[in-house]
Write a protein that binds this ligand. Structure first.
Ligand SMILES: [Zn+2]
Length: 581
């Protein structure tokens, strides 16, 4: 009897532990966004069917996800906590569910077995949330004059559709967008069909047929105009233009074919069937590498063709480093931004040598290097550059003698010799100086270069009544490219510019031919899949040797950037202040 009871107890505990262990995880342990993504299954395909209200503020949606269980599942999670869910079906059977933003937990009526394919459909409605659950300021649902632009970086698709929101779970997508007949409804991928419905609405369907991370999906619904721009090889070039797209923007967009040809030759052939630009008058504050249809804001890309076309080149470079080879975690952002930033520089140097000079890439690095040394926005200017910046930035206020003293101290730190400081301040009349008087005196001081903290310069600009941008609290924090720890500094310029610098340093170290061959090999190895910073280093070890790998690791991880001997840069040579003689 005893024995029997024991066996019975063992069976119960074994059974209940199977049950407890068979809930899919609510996290993929992303170092930046722990709450993003879910374990226990692999999403393969999304069918997203959205019906937009006329003001685009609300939607009614059905999302059907085809997935494969990677373990036995009693329940599993999707990322989708905010909109109202009315029904969930798993393999056609009604399933229990609960929501706690940003998670949704689904318990199918029948247990899912490891390696079993299954379909989950979620029926929902409401107003898509626009922000992350955390303090992030990134948005996803932008409504402007032209209509709606819906974006998803860094991982925001869950604010408008249930998803497994993590770049490591790439999948294919079909988007069917139903809206007013007068709207153009756009998504990336291949256009499938546009159907007029009996109720006066129109449904447009797009298919993203290659495995894609959620943040590469874009939708736009409203007053956009399709512009066909021919083909580059087998690739269809098409743009969607917001009505106020400027001539400068059009010139930058017209670079698309040339950029695709250039990168296809340097890297590997462009991997998708379409390419183009979506312009948005929504106040995005960023450009985004959305797959095959990069999204560009009109608000800050409107006055410089060369700078704008570098942004287009940067976003198109992401089609290789981002869309084709996607990072494993958000902390691997260097794989996207280091390479895209570098390739943008390479394109500008190739395209505009007369305007930008033969040292364009080297100048980018020399400009940025002091900031990398300090880990914040420290710049080194010649006296002429600095005088020009002051003329351009300072406003119309007249500063008191005390404010003039403070301005001098902010700009020159402790480098200003006491005797010069006293001499200058003795000349300030009691009514003070305006910017012209101040600049005239500064420009006659005996120095060639000034190393200054941009935060201090902004303080001086503000005292003079000049325009200072609204800066986030952590503005100016620059990390080594592979040392991201929180979303606060996710898109900091250290990842971009020092990442690009690390890549250029590699190019100079191993030579042009070996360098481009190396990049092609990396893309071939990881195409349509994911790669981490560690994968990049491992790939370097196997293709360029352990010594090159170890050296590159310093570039990606060390707080102080390594020396750049080819450019005569050392991490010790930038004391704050001017080189007074
Ligand atoms: Zn980028």
């Amino acid at each position: 009897v005893r024995l029997k009871i024991l066996i019975f107890l063992c069976l119960i505990s074994a059974f209940s532990s199977v049950l407890a262990q068979s809930a899919g995880s609510d996290s993929l342990n992303d170092p930046i966004y722990a709450f993003m993504g879910n374990g226990g299954y692999d999403a393969l395909d999304y069918q997203i069917d959205l019906r937009f209200s006329s003001d685009k503020k609300t939607v009614v949606g059905i999302t059907t996800i085809e997935a494969i269980a990677t373990q036995d599942l009693s329940s599993f999670n999707l990322d989708f906590g905010r909109m109202t869910v009315s029904n969930v079906l798993v393999n056609g059977e009604s399933a229990r569910f609960s929501q706690a933003d940003p998670e949704m937990t689904i318990a199918p009526s029948a247990y899912l077995k490891k390696d079993q394919k299954f379909k989950v459909s979620v029926v929902y409605s409401g107003a898509p949330g626009t922000k992350l659950a955390t303090a992030s300021s990134f948005g996803s649902w932008f409504i402007g004059r032209t209509g709606l632009t819906a974006l998803a970086e860094p991982s925001l698709m869950f604010t408008w559709s249930p998803v497994n929101e993590h770049p490591s779970d790439k999948a294919t997508f079909t988007l069917k967008l139903t809206s007013s007949k007068t709207d153009t409804a756009i998504a990336n991928g291949e256009f499938v069909e546009r159907i007029d419905n009996p109720d006066g609405t129109t449904s447009s369907t797009y298919r993203i047929a290659t495995p894609t991370a959620t943040y590469f999906v874009v939708m736009a619904v409203g007053n956009w105009k399709l512009e066909e721009a021919g083909r580059v090889g087998d690739v269809r070039v098409r743009h969607y233009l917001a009505p106020k797209t400027s001539l400068v923007m059009r010139s930058a967009m017209a670079e698309t074919s040339r950029i695709i040809e250039f990168f296809s030759q340097k890297l590997i052939p462009y991997p998708f069937k379409e390419v183009g630009v979506l312009t948005s008058d929504n106040d995005l504050g960023f450009a985004l590498e959305t797959q095959t249809l990069v999204t560009l804001p009109l608000s800050w890309l409107d006055d410089d063709v060369v700078a704008s076309s570098e942004v287009v080149a940067h976003e198109l470079a992401h089609q290789w480093f981002g869309a084709l080879v996607t990072f494993k975690n958000h902390s691997d952002l260097f794989i996207h931004e280091g390479f895209a930033e570098y390739l943008g520089w390479v394109y500008s140097a190739y395209r505009y040598p007369d305007l930008l000079g033969s040292r364009y890439i080297e100048e980018q690095i020399e400009d940025f290097y002091p900031a990398a040394v300090y880990g914040r926005w420290v710049r080194k200017y010649t006296k002429e550059q600095f005088t020009y910046a002051m003329e351009y930035r300072l406003g119309q206020n007249t500063l008191s003698p005390e404010q003039i003293a403070k301005s001098m101290d902010l700009l020159f730190s402790s480098s200003l010799p006491t005797i010069i400081r006293a001499d200058v301040l003795a000349r300030v009349p009691s009514e003070g100086w305006n910017k012209f008087q101040f600049i005239a005196v500064i420009s006659r001081l005996p120095f060639d270069h000034l190393v200054f903290d941009y935060k201090n310069f902004y303080e001086v600009i503000a005292m003079f009544g000049g325009e200072v941008p609204e800066l986030p609290a952590n503005w100016g924090v620059l990390t080594p490219p592979a040392k991201l720890k929180s979303e606060d500094n996710l898109f900091n310029w250290g990842v971009y510019a020092r990442g690009a610098t690390a890549i250029h340093a590699l190019r100079l170290k191993i030579g042009d031919d070996a360098f481009w061959k190396l990049l092609r090999g990396f893309l071939e190895k990881y195409k349509f899949a994911n790669a981490s910073n560690a994968d990049w280093l491992e790939y370097l070890a196997s293709s360029a040797g352990q010594a090159v790998r170890d050296w590159q690791e310093h570039w990606l991880f060390d707080d102080l950037p390594p020396e750049f001997p080819e450019l005569g840069l050392k991490p010790t040579g930038f004391p704050l202040g001017a080189d007074f003689k």
